[in-house]
Design a protein around this ligand. Structure first.
Ligand SMILES: [Zn+2]
Length: 191
């Protein structure tokens, strides 16, 4: 592998590889409509995987505030777009995040930010759910965290089983959310 230090360098290497892929798929890469496609795809994929270059814990740590509030904080209906690591096809949907502070809260806009950072990597929905939960738990040390993700997967809809409208739901939680009553409160509030 040649050295891949700068982003531009990576873009042109990626573009070169996409040119090969498009050609192997049976297309004429010198056709007018495809001339700039390899570079565009390279840039799009770099954006869709830009979460690798960001540290979600750092994002939360920069916006920690001391606060006595000890009730549930919920950020629901966070739109996200990710790529399944098995087919590199999109899966997308909504994430719902709740936590119960234990002395510290974080800026509300930081929660969608960390959802974005973890989404912009090659993922499976299950791990995405757990990573968001762990990040909040480890950074804020709250009394509990719960994450619910509802998503649709292009790899199911466009190929194979072609279940057009199926939704996959995953959830994970810590601490106070081990109590069914606490989970119910959250589930009722995101309905
Ligand atoms: Zn897939």
């Amino acid at each position: 592998m040649p050295s891949t230090d700068s982003k531009d360098q990576k873009t042109s290497i990626l573009a070169e590889n996409y040119k090969g892929i498009i050609s192997l798929l049976g297309e004429d890469v010198s056709r007018e409509g495809l001339l700039d496609t390899p570079e565009r795809v390279a840039k799009a994929m770099q954006f869709l995987t830009s979460g690798y270059t960001e540290d979600p814990q750092e994002v939360l740590r920069k916006a920690l505030f001391k606060e006595d509030y000890k009730q549930m904080v919920i950020v629901k209906d966070i739109d996200f777009y990710s790529l399944c690591e098995h087919h590199m096809l999109p899966f997308w949907g909504k994430a719902h995040v709740a936590y119960i502070p234990n002395g510290y809260i974080t800026g509300l806009s930081k929660i969608p930010r960390i959802v974005d950072i973890f989404s912009r990597r090659l993922q499976v929905q299950e791990r995405l759910t757990t990573q968001i939960k762990d990040c909040l738990q480890e950074t804020l040390n709250p009394l509990g965290v719960m994450v619910v993700i509802e998503a649709q997967h292009m790899c199911m809809q466009m190929r194979g089983v072609q279940k057009q409208n199926s939704t996959t739901t995953t959830s994970d939680f810590t601490g106070a959310f081990n109590q069914a009553k606490t989970r119910e409160e959250f589930i009722n509030l995101i309905k």
